[in-house]
Write a protein that binds this ligand. Structure first.
Ligand SMILES: C[S@@+](CC[C@H](N)C(=O)[O-])C[C@H]1O[C@@H](n2cnc3c(N)ncnc32)[C@H](O)[C@@H]1O
Length: 206
């Protein structure tokens, strides 16, 4: 595989899309919209994530962001955290299939990540804050927890669904959020090249 091919290639959940069969029409097969969304979102995340050090992917699910991050950034140590062991198992299979050594998956939650505070150069939180109960009420507390994991100069990368973008498919996050819910975060940088299906911003720790 040439360098160019590696840059353009992505690890998909293709063999595992069976997981989504039924509930989400847009997720069937690697060329379906949900994969396209995941890929463009990951391209933005990769551009904005640090190239070195420990990166925690909190609420990593099946680990699709986690494994792509580890693959494209070999100088990082990526840790995926999720309470759902079945999902983590899919991530672990992907690690084996792609022989990735710089990535692990751990059972945990945003509240109890098991990661040493101040030890990460990057924290990624994708489609979690809008999937947890009391999304708006607990936003500040949860962002605080994620920021605690970062070392000074580290970067928190947050992404969540644009509820309007998904409306036509009948997909609604349990705690819909909009960018205005994060107005209190004065120093965040909003990713402006994102498609209509999700929002993204990053925040660097002083
Ligand atoms: C919509 S999925 C997002 C998965 C992944 N981040 C992505 O974007 O592909 C939300 C994930 O959050 C996990 N989750 C639920 N409660 C959590 C909590 N308290 N802390 C961390 N993750 C949680 C779920 O198990 C699920 O895998």
């Amino acid at each position: 595989m040439s360098l160019q091919e590696v840059q353009n290639a992505w690890i998909y959940l293709d063999r595992n899309t069976m997981i989504w069969r039924g509930p989400i029409q847009a997720a069937q097969g690697v060329f379906q919209p949900i994969h396209w969304v995941a890929q463009t979102r990951m391209q933005a995340e990769l551009r904005l994530a640090p190239n070195e050090g420990r990166i925690a992917d909190v609420g990593c699910g099946y680990g699709i962001v986690t494994v792509n991050l580890a693959w494209k950034k070999p100088r990082t140590e990526v840790i995926g955290i999720d309470p759902d062991d079945k999902r983590l198992e899919v991530g672990r299979q992907l690690l084996q299939e792609h022989r990735l050594k710089n990535c692990t998956f751990r059972t945990g939650t945003l509240e109890e990540t098991g990661i040493e505070p101040g030890s990460c150069t990057g924290v990624i939180c994708t489609e979690l804050l809008d999937h947890l109960p009391e999304g708006k009420a607990k936003l500040q507390e949860r962002i605080g927890k994620l920021m605690d994991l970062l070392q000074p100069g580290g970067r928190l990368l947050v992404s969540f669904l644009d509820p309007e973008g998904f409306e036509y498919m009948g997909v609604k996050p349990p705690s819909p959020l909009t960018m205005s819910d994060f107005d209190w975060l004065k120093e965040k940088v909003v990713e402006r090249n994102c498609p209509r299906w999700w929002y993204m911003f990053y925040l660097d720790k002083r």
